[in-house]
Design a protein around this ligand. Structure first.
Ligand SMILES: C[S@@+](CC[C@H](N)C(=O)[O-])C[C@H]1O[C@@H](n2cnc3c(N)ncnc32)[C@H](O)[C@@H]1O
Length: 433
């Protein structure tokens, strides 16, 4: 028999976790093995337990208790107006209505939110939003989609390990995590070492990773600072894009498929009042993002559908998906898409790539999986598109870097930049290279 693969050792150690993580005969269950495969670093249940027992790491569980403030009511009113305008405008753009797997997901899971938006009761709407991360309202988006991990002890342990793993990945991306060659083991084995790493991450980011206590947000608190697991990856993407645009006084970034607006939020936290960030998504998803951003960033300029845009000013604009096609040629510095293009029908994804090709000055940054998963097992044509198979749709942009993603297994980070000759034409003032 050859050498045992290293991850067998990790599975063995996991098998010493509490009883409900184990499958029969002390083998980890299939779920536990699948979850283990989501981690980059071998989990350390001893350290996890110590962090919990010393009170450094505390689960802030989702709660359905809601206290609706006057600012929550005001945000709900603004979001309802924006949603209604967008829903009316959508009728003129039937070709951009949700299709494929998002059509099905929205029809199946977003009924309560639709009804609250269509009704006239602000309190009902604000209450729905105020607990959305702890409810099915945000199905398909992160946090809401991760609630299942909390249903038993094994899942909760995993959520802690995954959160710790996310911090290690971010620290590694920032260049501050020494790690062993080949095996990728983290050398962080004690609470003080973990605390020192956390402090170094905060210092390098220039901001604490505290997620606002709005919309039923939940996650782990480290010494009282709450961060959902999903924020580690949103922080990474925000940081990567700010890195690409750091020479600009006021970069303009366009994101398609922004979910609840996690990256938009961290962009504003990492570089306050210095980015024009525009997200485009379906009206119902924009209602989620618009509400979250209004509540999370009450002092910042957040522009919703129907509100006066303020071009050239630091802001976040949350706009309906069809409007992205009105973006002017070379009018934006970066285009961004995360965990979204493969969830669109192929022709829709191609239309967005052609658009990015036309509008960006610096480039298009993608963080997407390439599983080619059939979301409808009975239909071969439902296989999700893979970016490498679609990128030929871009004529001006070419792939300049591609790597495995820092924060998620099975994901890829790809940057497309204008070809040199098209860059010089733009610089010379030509409109169409
Ligand atoms: C899995 S969520 C990811 C959200 C976010 N990018 C993240 O990583 O947290 C997929 C996102 O793509 C959006 N989306 C799907 N089809 C779209 C389309 N045709 N146009 C714009 N957005 C779309 C969904 O509404 C949703 O916000």
């Amino acid at each position: 028999m050859g050498r045992m693969p290293t991850d067998i050792g990790a599975i063995r150690r996991l098998a010493r976790l509490p009883r409900d993580v184990r499958g029969s005969r002390h083998r980890p269950s299939r779920d536990a093995r699948r979850r283990l495969g989501m981690l980059f670093y071998e989990p350390n249940p001893g350290l996890r337990q110590e962090l919990i027992e010393t009170g450094a790491l505390v689960l802030r569980p989702p709660t359905s208790e809601v206290d609706v403030s006057s600012s929550a009511l005001a945000a709900a009113e603004r979001v309802r107006s924006a949603y209604r305008l967008a829903a009316a405008e959508a009728e003129e753009h039937p070709e951009t209505n949700p299709s494929g797997q998002w059509k099905i997901l929205i029809e199946k899971s977003y009924g309560e939110l639709f009804r609250a938006l269509q009704g006239d009761d602000h309190l009902v709407l604000a209450t729905t939003f105020e607990r959305m991360f702890a409810a099915r309202t945000t199905t398909g988006l992160s946090m809401g989609g991760e609630l299942g991990y909390l249903s038993n002890q094994g899942g909760r342990d995993f959520y802690h390990d995954w959160w710790l793993d996310g911090l290690y990945c971010l620290a590694s991306y920032l260049g501050i995590l020494p790690e062993t060659m080949e095996t990728g083991q983290s050398p962080i084995a004690t609470v003080p070492a973990f605390e020192a790493l956390y402090r170094a991450v905060v210092e390098r980011l220039g901001t604490r990773p505290d997620f606002p206590a709005v919309c039923g947000a939940w996650g782990l608190e480290f010494h009282g600072v709450p961060t959902p697991r999903t924020s580690w990856r949103h922080l990474h993407s925000a940081h990567a894009m700010l890195d690409e645009t750091k020479s600009l006084a006021l970069p303009r970034i366009v994101e398609v498929g922004a979910g609840f607006g996690g990256v938009a939020y961290w962009i504003q936290r990492l570089r306050p009042e210095a980015v024009e960030y525009v997200t485009y998504d379906f009206p119902i998803v924009n209602a989620i993002a618009g509400y979250f951003l209004l509540r999370a960033l009450p002092d910042r300029l957040v522009v919703l559908t129907g509100e006066r845009p303020q071009p050239g000013k630091p802001q976040i604009a949350v706009l309906p998906n069809w409007r992205v096609f009105q973006e002017p040629d070379f009018g934006t510095d970066m285009a961004f898409n995360q965990d979204s293009l493969p969830e669109m029908p192929r022709e829709v994804a191609v239309r967005y790539l052609e658009l990015f090709d036309r509008i960006v000055r610096i480039g298009f940054y993608s963080e997407n999986q390439e599983d080619a998963h059939r979301w409808d097992p009975s239909d071969v044509t439902s296989a999700q598109p893979r970016l490498p198979d679609l990128e030929v749709a871009m004529k001006r942009l070419r792939r300049t870097s591609r790597s495995r993603a820092w924060m998620r297994r099975g994901y890829f980070e790809t940057l497309y930049r204008p070809r040199l000759e098209s860059k010089s034409l733009v610089a010379a003032g030509e409109t169409q290279p």
